[in-house]
Design a protein around this ligand. Structure first.
Ligand code: DQA
Length: 146
């Protein structure tokens, strides 16, 4: 299967950004591990990070023509603000799994609401970088069932 990993704003700073909240692994570390995990299982994973809503939406639209079976997305703060990202994911009708490194429910109340969760195939929150690996594992199972 074909997977797309999307990371939103500020996730390019992983490793140095609030390490107490987000850990010390860089986004490169995470992307490398995930790419390898997919490859070993006989799948393909592409990764894209952007600090802009526009670029993330364009990448989601492109996924439709690339035969992406499932999207793994950590939308960063756009989780809590972006109806446009929600509409893009619904628009391409590709199932997606929402991932958050931190437990957003243990943080400020403005992080408790997500514009994506109710239309996600599933949500993984608060387990740090390993959450991406768990999401990929789930995505591989979801696409197998189809
Ligand atoms: C985050 C949680 C968001 O609230 C925050 O804006 C982020 C990262 C996470 O992975 O824990 O940028 O999505």
């Amino acid at each position: 299967a074909q997977f797309l990993l999307l990371n939103g704003p500020n996730l390019n700073l992983l490793g140095t950004r609030e390490p107490d909240v987000y850990g010390r692994q860089t986004l490169d570390d995470i992307v490398q591990a995930l790419t390898e995990q997919a490859r070993q299982a006989g799948h393909h994973l592409d990764a894209f990070q952007s600090n802009g809503e526009h670029a993330l939406i364009d990448r989601i639209h492109a996924a439709r023509h690339q035969g992406v079976d499932c999207i793994l997305i950590n939308p960063g703060a756009y989780t809590h603000t972006s109806i446009a990202l929600r509409d893009a994911l619904l628009g391409v009708a590709i199932p997606f799994i929402e991932v958050h490194l931190s437990n957003t429910f243990a943080r400020e109340s403005f992080r408790h609401h997500s514009y994506l969760s109710d239309v996600a195939a599933g949500v993984i929150i608060g387990l740090g970088p390993q959450g991406y690996g768990l999401a990929l594992q789930a995505a591989m199972q979801l696409t197998h069932r189809n």
